[in-house]
Design a binder for this molecule. Structure first.
Ligand SMILES: C[S@@+](CC[C@H](N)C(=O)[O-])C[C@H]1O[C@@H](n2cnc3c(N)ncnc32)[C@H](O)[C@@H]1O
Length: 152
């Protein structure tokens, strides 16, 4: 099942203005530091418009980003078209529900930045998302939530 929360659907004004409302890069350095400690293969749950994923790929990390919203993902893909080819090759954008995560590969770091996890409204969906992350992380890999900083 692919989740499209109305708030992030194609007709949502929120999607159109998302990057203008939430331009902060304050949390990017945090995820970059986490990856430096554990490895470069990164899984981002709820990648959205690529606000975090694109800078991480630019910094040399290999980022797989999953999101349920086609509208948010298409903004990420638009932005990815204008980044250097070698950076684009490190960015893998997938549509899917993080509560029934289907991605291939093994990751060193997994994270959900900025209000993603709170969209999982039942303990069951939260548990399934965390179990899926656990399956995809290498032994000793790291799963982190958002750091304490303001994203506006
Ligand atoms: C507030 S945005 C955050 C986007 C990005 N992580 C950032 O920091 O800018 C929340 C994102 O989570 C996605 N999302 C929420 N629930 C989801 C689910 N169950 N499966 C996949 N994506 C989901 C939404 O589509 C949206 O793109």
């Amino acid at each position: 099942m692919s989740t499209v929360i109305p708030f992030y659907s194609r007709s949502s004004l929120h999607v159109d203005i998302y990057d203008r409302l939430h331009a902060s890069q304050e949390d990017v350095a945090f995820y970059q530091r986490c990856a430096r400690d554990v490895g470069h293969r990164v899984l981002e749950l709820g990648v959205g418009t690529g606000r975090v994923a694109i800078p991480l790929a630019t910094a040399g990390l290999d980022v797989t980003g999953v999101d349920g919203s086609e509208a948010m993902l298409s903004l990420a893909k638009q932005k990815a078209r204008i980044i250097p080819k070698e950076v684009r090759a490190r960015l893998h954008l997938r549509q899917g529900d993080i509560a029934s995560l289907r991605v291939r590969g093994e990751f060193d770091l997994a994270f959900a930045a900025f209000r993603v996890f709170m969209s999982l409204l039942t303990p069951e969906s939260q548990r399934r998302a965390l179990q899926a992350v656990h399956r995809r992380l290498r032994p000793g890999g790291l799963a982190v939530g958002p750091p304490k900083c303001e994203i506006r």
